[in-house]
Design a protein around this ligand. Structure first.
Ligand code: FEO
Ligand code: CA
Ligand code: CA
Ligand code: CA
Length: 567
């Protein structure tokens, strides 16, 4: 028995939960593990609204939807173990095509696919699921790979930093499913780069630090799609590039931080970054949306209220960061109000200098409030969170799910998925707040980061254990970062199942389904990122194998398992 792999011992059942792998070594299985705990299951079902406990207005709609959904059938799915394999490993019934990787030529101008891809968003051409434009964020860059030099030789020239700036931002690529695989349409007029060197105006001609145009977009983490089908890309850890301003009653105090540190050779103001950038898919025209506020934004998830107002939910990924929402007055972003969440009292607090006079103690006008929206949130009493990352809205009950990835300062190493249920519509100022599932040994995952919901209302989640932390005692049992499927109904409701394992050092990011749900687009970000001394021996060889530098890439996942889950 000792020589039989753990997962083969369970051939009579068709599901492996992530907790099985986290709790028990493959050769030592404890049949009485805590995920059998009925209280936990009951709590989760109650949370989902499968019991009669939910009192929110949207619950009845969810219950009827739930009864009609095939997701209550037990999926024929096997989880995979937590692995250390330097490969993209998928569970049985899934396969992938590599759609684009760092350095691929995308157009006749010589522009190339950028570095460290994150958020992806597929926009069909003429309603087709097999052809469209894919937006891809390029969150950051790794100078030792860009210049193929060890970190000890990375004092870079200004020209070399410009090369790095061109590798971040985003790509628009025209892709098509042809010959049984997803392919880049070479020479398409729509293939283009928006980069750290693309001049981008601020919305409505606003002037920030003396200019109404910023140099480029950077730190593009998660994002969103507007109701009018433009891409939103969120600028997150801009401080690692251009530093940060500590604002104190009209005084700007600059602080530089380690990282790629372009501020050492470029004096672009930190206030030009941290915005939500809107990009027209067909023209590439971009604009920084000032009314949505400036912070280290992870994403920008849009939804339309019954009264035709667009609401945008945004996480602020920093220790003690806030959850923000912007509520437009009409459909578009021409006017509206930015709020920060007080989750202790279930209130959205307006970051509006006229409605909240305390803001006048620091700021002299609303543009300053929007520019330093973390400080504004702190002043009005928003609740600090353990690093809010991606946000998605449950299509069946309107719950807003938020990944709180971790916060070592609070000894929260594994993070959690929380939910906000708005009292009435998405523009409500009152909400209830709860925890959906916590990371850790019992749930079998750590550090939730990105989400997407599938056709049947089940959740797909990627995690991000820092590559420098993966071998630490808190994390080593989780293996490489993974992609998890969380059934939201049926026999395994609430139990994460790992369906993909990332190459060494990498995280999966940006999951997004094609409109027919036959393809899941996914980014593989920063494989081999701990490579420091010997460029001939990178810590990962994915995806090109020996003798090549590792490369971030976007993959398209398909297969009979996905078809079955979407039936
Ligand atoms: Fe870019 Fe918060 O991850
Ligand atoms: Ca993220
Ligand atoms: Ca998402
Ligand atoms: Ca993260």
């Amino acid at each position: 028995m000792e020589s039989v792999p753990f997962w083969n011992q369970r051939s009579s059942v068709n599901i492996w939960l992530a907790s099985d792998w986290a709790l028990h070594s493959p050769r030592k299985r404890n049949k009485n593990h805590p995920m059998g705990n009925s209280v936990k299951r009951r709590q989760f079902l109650q949370f989902l609204g499968v019991t009669s406990a939910l009192g929110v207005g949207s619950a009845s709609g969810f219950l009827s939807a739930c009864q009609n959904l095939p997701r209550n059938r037990q999926p024929q799915i096997e989880g995979i173990p937590h692995l250390r394999t330097d490969d993209l490993v998928l569970t049985k019934g899934l396969r992938y095509d590599l759609v684009a990787k760092w350095g691929d030529l995308i157009n006749d101008k010589g522009e190339t696919f950028g570095f460290n891809n994150d958020f992806t968003c597929f926009l069909p051409i003429e309603g087709k699921s097999n052809e469209g434009l894919l937006w891809v964020n390029h969150e950051s860059t790794i100078p030792q790979f860009i210049h193929n030099r060890p970190t000890s030789q990375l004092t870079r020239s200004r020209a070399e930093m410009i090369e790095e700036q061109k590798s971040v931002g985003g790509s628009i690529i025209h892709i098509k499913y042809k010959g049984s695989k997803w392919q880049l349409v070479k020479g398409s007029k729509w293939n283009r780069r928006i980069s750290g060197r693309t001049p981008i105006p601020f919305s409505q001609g606003r002037n920030i630090q003396g200019k109404n145009v910023a140099m480029g977009t950077i730190a593009n983490c998660a994002g969103g799609l507007t109701p009018w089908k433009t891409f939103l890309t969120s600028e997150e850890n801009y401080d690692k590039f251009y530093g940060e301003i500590r604002w104190n009653k009209g005084k700007r105090i600059f602080e530089g931080y380690p990282g790629v540190a372009w501020y050492k050779k470029f004096n672009y103001p930190p206030e030009h970054y941290g915005w939500i950038v809107e990009v027209d898919p067909w023209t590439g025209k971009a604009e920084k949306q000032v009314l949505l506020g400036r912070a280290g934004h992870e994403g920008a998830t849009c939804v339309v209220t019954k009264s035709n107002r667009t609401v945008v939910y945004m996480g602020e990924d920093r220790k003690g960061g806030f959850i923000f929402k912007f509520v437009s007055d009409g459909l578009h972003f021409k006017s509206g109000t930015l709020y920060a969440a007080d989750t202790k009292n279930g209130k959205w607090l307006a970051l509006d200098i006229e409605k909240n006079p305390i803001l006048k103690t620091q700021f002299s006008n609303q543009l300053e409030v929007l520019t330093y929206s973390h400080l504004a949130g702190k002043l009005v009493g928003a609740t600090p969170q353990d690093r809010p990352e991606d946000i998605e809205i449950n299509p069946y009950n309107g719950d807003i799910l938020i990944a709180l990835t971790n916060n070592s300062d609070n000894k929260n190493y594994y993070g959690s998925v929380i939910k906000i249920s708005e009292k009435n519509d998405f523009d409500s100022l009152d909400f209830s707040y709860d925890t959906l599932v916590s990371g850790g040994l019992e749930s079998g995952f750590a550090c939730p980061d990105n989400f997407t919901f599938d056709k049947n209302g089940n959740l797909w989640m990627t995690v991000d254990i820092g590559e420098g932390d993966m071998k630490e005692p808190h994390y080593k049992m989780f293996g490489n970062n993974g992609l998890y499927y969380i059934p939201m109904g049926g026999a395994h409701a609430g139990h994460p199942i790992q369906v993909a394992s990332a190459p060494v050092d990498a995280e999966f990011t940006g999951p997004w389904f094609s409109p027919d749900f036959k393809t899941l687009f996914l980014s593989v970000q920063h494989p081999g990122s701990r490579t420091a001394k010997n460029m001939q021996k990178p810590t990962s060889q994915w995806p090109d194998g020996p003798g090549q530098l590792p490369k971030s890439a976007v993959v398209a996942i398909q297969g009979p398992l996905l078809d079955q889950l979407m039936a």
